[in-house]
Write a protein that binds this ligand. Sequence first.
Ligand code: G3H
Ligand code: 13P
Ligand code: ZN
Length: 326
Amino acid sequence: MTTVAKYSELRLVNTKGMFMQAMEDRYAIPAYNFNNMEQLQAIIMGCSESRSPVILQCSGGAIKYMNPTLLRSMVKGAVEMMADLHGHVPVALHLDHGDSFELCRSCIDSGFSSVMIDGSHHSFEANSGLTKKVVDYAHVRDVTVEGELGVLSGVEDEVSSELSHYTKPSEVEEFVARTSVDSLAISIGTSHGAYKFKLRPGEEPPSLRFDILEEIERRIPGFPIVLHGASTVMPEYVAMINKFGGKMEEAVGIPEEQLRRAARSAVCKINIDSDGRLAITATIRKVFAEKPGEFDPRKYLGPARDELIKMIKYKNEHVLGSAGRA
Ligand code: G3H
Ligand code: 13P
Ligand code: ZN
């Protein structure tokens, strides 16, 4: 029995239809993280202007930062704003890196249309058991669930990992069958944050493990795959940050061409947080450096929001292929 979806009060959709379309037409849905009003406005405006379906995504830390009650109203307003701007753009609200059943349940109960349960640090048994428990709670409420197999290096919502462990293709069929998850995050060489690789001068970032991705696609054909840690760490923003008093010399991300290739595959959702942080930080640093007397937050948060809109439109149009799909 399915109960009435809580998220329908917020006029959100779950990710099922989005992923089906993305799989069929070979593009990826953007999942942009947000922590405040300006980021949320930018995601809505960028995706409305590029007519891209979108997943609004926040971590447990982001929910605490915003306050869950305020977040719910902000998202309700954001969806209404999207309808005013361009009526037909599907919007999902997704919990990023949920680390417990209780957190997933509270998000589902408060109106999230999709949750990730990240049991990737546990054993296969414990991960599949926890994921199944979340799926059972979510599916009767028509909420979609993302699971994860394999570990990315970097910070995963307050859990940090030095080493990455690629997803083992031999485990995916069993995991999907046991849990009935709707999508699967995998580890093929991406990582969280702005320092994805340690490169020597002149060295290029290594290729993602497309061989692992292809083997996974072969084993679970047509199943939606998710790529975390997929920021490009856009060099123009890193350069701006360094030029205007910041210190991020070694920052490097996933080359765009590799993300384009992933978006054409079974990868249906691409997560982007760090690039948004960089766009905002670079712009604010520039304003502060050029106008040291400025103290009206609208005068630096406004330009930061504009830059984020530009970045989101660029990603949707030129990297993910999601522009014009809504
Ligand atoms: O994967 C992690 C996301 O970038 C969220 O980061 O936990 O700092 O909000 P956060
Ligand atoms: P980036 O740090 O590469 O933006 O990855 C974000 C992410 O995976 C959020 O879950
Ligand atoms: Zn992630």
